[in-house]
Design a protein around this ligand. Structure first.
Ligand code: AMP
Length: 393
């Protein structure tokens, strides 16, 4: 029997997929359908022999793209489909086997993720049509953070806003923080260590993990809260919205757009959200790039320092995500900003640990790890776990 899991991550106009085999060392059939709904729609990916492919799918919707993906699975029929679902609200504390009730519960959280959850559900509907006999499992970005205590998830707002409108901190990137902290537990031999994790990609968040559970995290009601990101501002004074509306006459839509798409590294530098380009430009004397990198690193260090309050004991720091895995400079700067943590960076190991390499980069003291994230592998493993629980129940 095929024990692979097809992992699907549906956006509003894209589908990311990966066929994950039980042995994580085996190569994956993976790819991306993008520009769905337009004449430019296409599917690109890698076949099992490592050969890349690209196929044009003019006008294809999610359903047609999934059929094209199915054709690229080289005749393999997965054991199950694992779906990445962005928001599970308070309802989902772990992965769920999808049925009509689960879909209705996900629909109820749509107000909390109006862009993401409907796209995720469109993927679920199309996949259920295409594979009516395969079990489908929903794996939530928020579920790992459902262990936050009230002091970490409540905003200092009225009880009514929490009770009647579900306004609280949820946190995101849960699969990534879960994966890297579990991996650090295994690699370090510290079963259930106290870790601070920094997922630094285009979206960035930090998390405090104690004995395998999230105790606090930087993102909140939405993925805009927390550290500065590629194009997202992260934390700003909550009075900023009213100020921009009153002083500049900006609409809510414009404020939302500016904070989500034109801020962060891009806004600060006036140049790009790509850390590689920023590091190069800063080295050439570009002032905007220099301040962008400086603010980015300072905000991460500040967030990690704040999150350390959530841990009874700190065993180490973990870097992951496109920037966390590749930028030795960002790691060095963040570590340098936390002298009171007793961290000692091994500079050689730090500069050697790039391009998806896993490694320890400290020279004694508390542990410093670079762990390439594997959200697809984690979704596949949570899908398998959920199915096992279902069959043993
Ligand atoms: P992700 O969202 O995890 O794919 O991360 C994307 C980000 O990783 C991009 O914005 C790049 O700035 C960053 N990145 C990728 N490679 C490097 C690198 N070699 N050095 C610095 N940043 C990198």
């Amino acid at each position: 029997m095929d024990t692979s899991v097809l992992v699907i991550n549906c956006g509003s106009s894209s589908i990311k997929y990966a066929l994950v085999l039980e042995d994580p060392a085996q190569p994956r059939l993976a790819g991306l359908a993008e520009c769905l709904g337009s004449s430019d729609a296409r599917l690109k990916g890698t076949a099992s022999n490592g050969e890349p492919f690209e196929q044009s799918l003019p006008g294809a919707d999610h359903g047609l793209a999934l059929e094209a993906i199915l054709d690229r699975l080289e005749g393999r029929l997965p054991l199950a489909v694992g779906h990445r679902i962005v928001h599970g609200g308070e309802h989902f504390t772990r992965a769920a086997l999808i049925d009509d009730d689960v879909i209705a519960a996900i629909e109820q959280t749509t107000a909390l993720a109006p862009l993401h959850n409907p796209a995720n559900l469109a993927g679920v509907a199309a996949t259920r049509r295409l594979f009516p006999d395969l079990p489908q499992v929903a794996v939530f970005d928020t579920a790992f953070h459902q262990t936050l205590p009230p002091r970490a998830y409540r905003y200092a707002l009225s009880e009514a806003l929490y009770r009647d409108h579900a306004i609280r901190r949820y946190g995101f990137h849960g699969t990534s923080h879960a994966y890297v902290s579990q991996r650090a537990d295994t690699l370090s031999g510290l079963e259930g260590g106290g870790w601070l994790t920094a997922h630094l990609g285009n979206g960035c968040s930090t998390c405090a993990v104690w004995k395998g559970q999230s105790r606090d995290t930087s993102m909140g009601l939405t993925p805009l809260e927390g550290v500065a990101m590629g194009t997202r501002s992260g934390d700003v004074d909550p009075g900023l919205h009213a100020h921009l509306a009153r002083q500049l006459g900006w609409s809510l839509e414009r404020i939302d757009e500016v904070l989500n798409r034109h801020s962060g590294l891009l806004g600060l530098s006036g140049l790009t959200n790509d850390m590689r380009e920023l590091e190069a430009a800063a080295a050439q004397g570009h002032q905007g790039a220099a301040i962008a990198v400086e603010v980015f690193c300072y905000r991460i260090a500040k967030s990690l320092a704040a999150l350390s309050c959530a841990l009874p004991r700190l065993d180490g720091l973990i870097f992951t995500g496109g920037i966390g895995e590749n930028s030795a400079e960002v790691r060095e700067r963040v570590v340098a900003l936390l002298p009171h943590f007793g961290l000692q960076l091994n500079r050689t190991a730090n500069s050697d640990t790039v391009r998806g390499r896993e490694g320890r980069i400290d020279a004694g003291g508390r542990q410093l790890w670079v762990i390439p994230t594997d959200e697809e592998g984690q979704i596949a493993s949570e899908t398998r776990q959920r199915l096992k629980q279902e069959t043993t129940a």
